[in-house]
Write a protein that binds this ligand. Sequence first.
Ligand code: SF4
Length: 381
Amino acid sequence: TGSRADRAATQVHDIGLEVIKNETGETGFKVLVGGGLGRTPIIGSVIREFLPAKHLLTYLDAILRVYNRYGRRDNKYKARIKILVKAWTPEVFAEKVEAEWQHVKDGPATLTDAEIARARSFFSHPAYEDQLPDESRTTELLANKAFEKWRDRNVRPHKVSGYCAVFLSLKPTGVAPGDVTDGQLEAIAELADRFSFGEARVTHQQNVVLADVRVQDLPQLWQEARAHGFATPNIGTLTDMICCPGGDFCSLANAKSIPIAEAIQRRFDDMDYLYDLGDLSLNISGCMNACGHHHVGNIGILGVDKKGQEFYQIQLGGSAGTDAALGGVLGPSFLANEVPDVVEKILQTYVELRIEGERFLDTQRRVGLEPFKESVYAKAA
Ligand code: SF4
């Protein structure tokens, strides 16, 4: 990630890199290893606080050499960097990497300034216009509540004055999270061509970003995005879920995911309620492989199989961002038709316990799992 707000989930990957500057202003990387989800979820560990940019490839090479030599190739379930880091401890893994690095450091793969400049040339900025207004020009729309909500939730500031980044939400109620039709893909391509220098980015949260939109074009883009079903103003809210294909499509699944997502979308379709809840992530996986990142959702839902019947385990407190954490299991799992009620009780508990300005994750971390357990598993009087 190159941002302080980690949007690349770097702490839950085999290798994570955070672009930083050291105290002298030199650009380099903080290096993490051993993160991952799936059947063995682990938050990655920092093995180097600052790696000068020129050493990036040789240092990564050293990590791969260590893993290649000592990794568990005898067992496909354990053939991951995270297993080796866990077995050795991050400190020992770091020592091995540093020792290995001495063999390749300053070798032919060291990045020269010319090579970095060559690589950078492939990522040149689009032809931004100077002195664009920071406001939308269709002033009559500025008083439109629906436009305002969309702008608040789905538009982000840009480092270039007069531009912004726009999320096209692929999470309308009644559609599998992240799904688009072929016709919608054509529409996204056209919107990208007309509004964002021909570039569209897919996010790991299963949405699309138009990264370079002129602020003055927002009203026009909003109207067109709305016509194609991309303007649900729910980015970062409960219904902006990550959901895997689950049992409807995946042969590895223990349970269906998409009907659970839809039941939650339909139960919590009131935007004012979603805005009151604020930033909240809910992730769903149909089995322990965790393609839906349930471990790092503020609310995580995992499909499990119990004697041939589909059940759902709930986890709370996960995060994939800068404050990455794995969720804790709430308790015994639930039948599919119980899940929306369970989510509702969790949300009610949050609303009752939160203090001014506290996100769901902050409240859950402050009070722990217990109050949520009490509310969800309370016996009817
Ligand atoms: S989490 Fe499991 S069910 Fe879902 S897509 Fe991955 S392998 Fe399939």
